[in-house]
Design a protein. Structure first.
Length: 648
């Protein structure tokens, strides 16, 4: 899935404010990017060598369901098994896409229906398979179910989900097309039938197009070498806005669906291009891809729209779901954090990955021990490259590191990362997944500093990953149990101790030890914050009985609001003319999160039945907290190592 999940639920007011910077950043991303070709076969791999013919007919949608037809060719075995994925790479949770299948039917070569047996949620078997011609079924989308199932419940993570609506189709193909158990390595021919006036973007290249005689319907034909390429290449159809630009030798295709036209691909292009150019410069000679697709679905917050925000990465693309109501500046910043993480997955797990990923089982998956690498190092790169390339200041970088330290300490800091990774679907490990983007990134930072120290600043974790990419690459997996030994052999003995204690072992990391090496220290003082937090917590809460939002005691820990005379228990009646209620609190405070210095605001509070008006211009706001900063007495050697770390 990958990086970054922004999360809030309309059924729990202000829930989105609970995590980092008000928008909970959880990274659900990663492993879709790294499956290589499998050499495993099955004894009933006995259909013809012709591609499996699949059809998704958008023009025949009825009751919000899309018909799908699968023609596998002729079988020579008695019984075959057809499945929709239970789990898809990168999500680390059970999706059960079979739940969204209706009216599963099989037909023989004479057009007669054949008996089918539904074995479980995701599995059907068909006897007398020598007579099987094709199967058909209807697919419900997952976006409509999120209000019912709830985020974090039984509904797939939004960027891994599917959408069926008149103006937009999010075709994460693993939600529409399944696989015959014996034919995952067979070729696929996919026809998508859609209105001619639909814009269509796909990470799979179009092999052919045919338009109906009346010009109203166009069939686009695609080719996939095997089932993995079906799951790895999402599509988006409908009333889309598309922009293209070059990043070195990579063509970037940015596709945006904004249901109310609030945002455009052109409006998002500049920030994406600047960020990705910096990424390509940072990565240097790491091989990538001739094309990279970014699909952006902007949710309008209605009952049937997605509620889980973030992204899921693939080999050569990423699917992003974010709120449409975000101001452009806030959306740009969030997209930079999200997409930079996803794009860095071209390093790991695309180029460096284990057998669990290479031979991924969609029905009974096993998981690698090394989420510290796939998600942690990827998140670290997405944070470090911004200071390396001058996109953020060193102070901004230090603040992000401190945010991650704070978030990691809020998780189980005495849990083996390798054990957690290997058992990520099960408790008590599954609820620690968020930590792969916090402590996982900090593990990457510590390894980077150790490698810099051992090489006198000449090598870092990026050079290590390049060396591993050269050794393995996308078509050769590493042995999960041996990769740490290999890394230690390629680097320095200090990494052995670190892995044994803090990655394999359960000893919490003393970050001061690593900051000392680069002449930094943690100290208490005033730190910059946003306009909805104070003393490290939210400054607002809800009164469910009265349906109001009010300031908590934490408002006194926010210098801006304290200077304006705001007090605990003040009810927030309106912000910039918009009355504040439980029903619209998510959107209103999302806007407050995006407030910038110099912006004019008009807030009406109620205290003891009297209105208090705060009409002013935003000034910088601060709160008490720990900050990371340079030591006054740092040595020249420490400064040189710090410079190599941040600008190497």
């Amino acid at each position: 899935m990958c990086n970054t999940l922004y999360f809030w639920s309309s059924s729990k007011k202000l829930n989105f404010l609970i995590m980092k910077k008000t928008l909970a950043i959880i990274g659900f991303s990663t492993l879709l990017a790294a499956c290589g070709s499998s050499s495993k076969t099955s004894s009933d791999d006995l259909a013809t060598s012709n591609p499996i013919e699949t059809v998704i007919d958008i023009t025949k949608v009825s009751d919000d369901k899309v018909p799908v037809t699968i023609n596998p060719g002729r079988f020579t075995v008695e019984t075959v098994t057809y499945r929709l994925p239970k789990v898809v790479q990168g999500t680390y949770s059970i999706s059960d896409f079979g739940k969204y299948i209706d009216t599963f039917l099989a037909f023989d070569y004479s057009g007669n229906p054949m008996p089918t047996n539904k074995v479980d949620t995701n599995t059907w078997t068909i006897a007398n398979a020598e007579q099987l011609d094709y199967v058909t079924y209807l697919v419900n989308d997952t976006f409509d179910q999120e209000e019912v199932g709830g985020i974090g419940g039984d509904v797939p993570f939004s960027p891994a989900g599917t959408n069926i609506e008149p103006n937009n189709y999010v075709l994460n193909l693993h939600g529409f097309i399944g696989y015959f158990e014996s034919l995952k390595n067979s070729q696929y021919k996919l026809d998508v039938i859609a209105p001619t006036d639909f814009v269509r973007t796909s990470a799979l290249q179009i092999a052919d197009t045919k338009t109906s005689a009346d010009g109203n319907v166009t069939t686009s034909s695609y080719f996939a070498p095997r089932y993995f390429d079906i799951t790895d290449n999402p599509m988006m159809y409908g009333k889309l806005d598309v922009e293209e630009f070059q990043v070195g030798d990579i063509k970037i295709v940015l596709s945006v669906y904004s249901p109310n036209g609030i945002h455009t691909a052109a409006g998002m292009k500049e920030a994406m291009q600047k960020m990705m150019l910096a990424q390509k410069t940072y990565l240097g000679d790491i091989n990538s891809t001739p094309r990279y697709d970014i699909y952006v679905y902007l949710s309008d917050g209605k009952a049937d729209s997605p509620k889980g925000f973030g992204a899921l990465e693939h080999h050569t693309s990423t699917v992003v779901v974010m709120p449409e109501s975000m101001p452009q500046s806030a959306l740009d910043k969030s997209m930079i954090d999200i997409v930079s993480h996803e794009f860095f997955h071209i390093v790991t797990p695309l180029s460096v990955h284990s057998e669990d990923i290479h031979y991924f089982d969609y029905y009974e998956p096993t998981f690698s021990k090394h989420l510290w690498m796939y998600e942690g190092v990827t998140e670290y790169f997405a944070t470090l490259f911004q200071v390396d390339q001058g996109l953020v200041s060193e102070d901004d970088f230090y603040k992000k590191i401190m945010d991650k330290i704070g978030a990691a300490k809020g998780m189980n800091d005495a849990m083996s990362f390798t054990i957690m990774s290997e058992n990520v679907l099960d408790e008590p490990y599954s609820n620690q997944y968020y930590n792969v983007y916090q402590k996982g990134a900090l593990i990457g930072m510590c390894l980077d500093i150790l490698i810099r120290e051992g090489s006198d600043g000449k090598r870092g974790i990026l050079s290590l990953m390049k060396e591993l990419s050269m050794k393995y690459g996308k078509n050769k997996p590493f042995d999960d149990d041996k990769i740490i030994d290999e890394i230690v052999a390629m680097t320095y003995p200090t990494l052995r101790t670190f892995f044994d204690n803090h990655v394999i072992g359960d000893v919490p990391i003393d970050y001061n030890v690593f900051f000392e090496k680069v002449g930094l220290e943690i100290g208490e003082g005033q730190v910059k914050t946003n306009y909805i937090q104070g003393n490290g917590a939210l400054i607002v809460s809800a009164n469910q009985g009265e349906g109001t939002i009010f300031f908590t005691e934490n408002v006194l820990g926010n210098s801006f609001w304290k200077e304006q005379g705001a007090m605990p228990n003040d009810v927030i009646k309106s912000i910039d003319g918009t009355p504040v209620s439980l029903q619209n609190a998510n959107k209103v405070f999302q806007d407050v999160f995006g407030w910038k210095e110099g912006q004019d605001i008009n807030v009406v509070l109620s205290r003891d039945g009297k209105d208090i008006i705060i009409k002013t211009t935003l000034t910088p706001t601060y709160t008490k907290g720990n900050s990371l900063h340079a030591k006054a007495n740092a040595t020249d050697a420490q400064k040189e190592l710090r410079n190599a770390w941040l600008k190497g």
